[in-house]
Design a protein around this ligand. Sequence first.
Ligand SMILES: Cc1cc2nc3c(=O)[nH]c(=O)nc-3n(C[C@H](O)[C@H](O)[C@H](O)COP(=O)(O)OP(=O)(O)OC[C@H]3O[C@@H](n4cnc5c(N)ncnc54)[C@H](O)[C@@H]3O)c2cc1C
Length: 599
Amino acid sequence: MNRRGFLKRSGAASLLWLWPRGLVPKSPFRRVRPSDPGWPSEQAWKRLNEAVGGNLLPVNFPLNACTSAPESAECKALFANLKNPYYIGDSPGVTQTLGWVDAWATKPSVYAVAARNAADVAAAVNFVRENHLRLVVKGGGHSYQGTSNAADSLMIWTRHMHGITMHPQFVPQGCETTHAPQRAVTVGAGTIWLEAYDAVTTKAGGYVQGGGCTTVGVAGLVQSGGFGSFSKHYGTAAGGLLEAEVVTADGKVRVANACTNSDLFWALKGGGGGTFGAVSRLTLRVRELPEHAGGANFTVKASSDDAYRRLIRQFVGFYREALFNEHWGEQAHFSADNTLEISMVHIGLDTEQSRKVWQPFLNWLAQTSAAYTIASPPRIGSMPAQHWWDVDWRRENHHDVFKADTRPGADPANVWWNGDGGQVGWVVWGFESLWLPASLLQDDSQEKLANALFAASRWSEVELHFNKGLAGAPPEAIEAARDTAMNPAVCGAFALAIVADGQGPAYPGIANHEPDVAKGRKAAGAVHRSMNELRGVASNGGAYVSESNYFEADFQHSYWGANHARLAEIKKKYDPTGLFFVHNGVGSEEWSPDGFIRL
Ligand SMILES: Cc1cc2nc3c(=O)[nH]c(=O)nc-3n(C[C@H](O)[C@H](O)[C@H](O)COP(=O)(O)OP(=O)(O)OC[C@H]3O[C@@H](n4cnc5c(N)ncnc54)[C@H](O)[C@@H]3O)c2cc1C
């Protein structure tokens, strides 16, 4: 029961003066807003600015330009920029996801500390604690749940902390007698993955496990677990974390690794961003890179529902036989128009090998050609793995895979995958995920899985992300993931199912750019029904914290499974007063939805 609501309804509040001293409920702790008398003075802000080397910024909200003049050239230019993740990354006042219908809309902080180092981060944390402010941490700004924006807050903005150092022989601090030196890379918390891949893969010929999307931030991704296209081979990004430098709620700059603050280290590996501290630096394993990486892309359309059922059933069996291994990741999509879209990647196979893998499936399609149309013909092959993120090489070889930052003077290396373009500046209508256990691939379960995929696809497009479930990965990758805070379901899942829908840039109150609430609600219902069909065969699957429903039921169990209890203890130890708050984060139950009032 909501205790405060009950007191109000029962009229008990008016009798409070009758209560003996000491039994009077204390008024709840409230964080301070700019309109409150306790808001820090100009002088106090000035001192913070000095403490952070002049890097305290008032945060501009670019969408203001549109509220007053939605047809202005400035507003048009802004909406064009809201399709550019580098513009958004460079702007502390907006986020990659602009909002979620019936959940949240991006709001600017009052000030941001554009941190340059851990000392700046610590100064911001101390200022927030001493002045009872709402804190928010923004890295790459890609949170779907809106956890890197908060109105009336002070932001720690890590965009400028993107130094990268390679280590041929790294040993975590304090692990000198227990850990052999290994190749590693240290990245500032504001680094985006493309910068890390450029240094580690393109320039140094190694591999660091990061995210698929080039503009996601390293700290946000690692703290949620983190998958990249090749995670079926290398495991999660959190599994590759060797050490973090992190500022905790007491303002201390701590090192966390397997030997020092090991509980905090474990929590940072998948326990969720913005919850245990502000990370200033991360050191990640660097791995061997095979010679080849590549892809398989094509789309098949079935002529009837029955033919589509057979196609899905055939694909499920083929996946188990040929693709359920450490080589193959990324996606298959199942749609209401009876198409199967394959958009997969592989690592460690040359062109001939990768084509050979798919031949049996392509042969089956050819034999049953009356029922199927190849809507886009198979493109299967490989390329030198070292050039996977090499923007120049891709351009020279006419690989039309990236969109580029076209702002005047922009770095030509600022690119993002074409496939991620739809989510830049978007507004979510519905988004749900579910890990599908590998037991569904057993002979006697394949039919059940195929039927559930068909039924789910009637409501909304279903995506299977094979690289986001670790069943089929090498044992070492699975072991490393088991030693993280993520829901252990990830280790036994062959894929993460995602069903999501949304629209391009929009914002409430801006004429001709409003989110379509009616359509959004309908889509959210369809997303939910679709996912329920899959829940019917994977009831205890769990969801990936970073790619899940804002309204996730039983989020503690869904995101972290049995690990939640330990996470809650670690939260209490390092952040007993709840300085770090994010929606549906560990410990968030103790706060109002906006993180301002302790319940
Ligand atoms: C287009 C797109 C593609 C994506 N692709 C993938 C993918 O391939 N694989 C995958 O696993 N996920 C993917 N995601 C999800 C993404 O990994 C998460 O949303 C991730 O948390 C984003 O991190 P960020 O730093 O970019 O975002 P932010 O929104 O800045 O941060 C996310 C959370 O982490 C916190 N945080 C950020 N920096 C710090 C820090 N230094 N210290 C403490 N807390 C911090 C923030 O407060 C926030 O709560 C994708 C998201 C989008 C929008």
